[in-house]
Design a protein around this ligand. Sequence first.
Ligand code: ZN
Length: 151
Amino acid sequence: MAGPSNASSSSTYTSNTRSKKIKSKSKLDFANPCDCGYPSRIWTSTTKDNPGKEFRVCPNSTDNPEIKCKFWEWVNEEDTVNKKKRDEVRAQSCEVRAQSCEVRIAIMDHDFNIYKKKTDEEFDKIIRKISSLKTYVIVLFMLFVVSLLRA
Ligand SMILES: [Zn+2]
């Protein structure tokens, strides 16, 4: 009955063999979070195949291996630069989009003002027409009454 705890801890160690091959020095990378959303931890590889090469892992792989995610990638300077460039381009296109949106709103606002002006003018014309029509109707009515009285 005391066996399982021993077994689980030893399996944790075997699944964590990668950390045995690396130096103890590490740094946190806030720009590239792991799948858990934590800043990834950058280690330097000491393996024969990739000596001195940096890689990022879930910070939990050392602090709390039982809840670590599968996040793991080489730190590639080019990748980081490319990612920064991509982010910049994305930010720029966002800015451009926001600007074109502003321009569109300004145009719409302008068009609306013109339309509103036109509508107001049309409305004024209609009001004037109606009032002139009213006087015309009143005059007609008066003429009608007068003609009735004369008859
Ligand atoms: Zn993680």
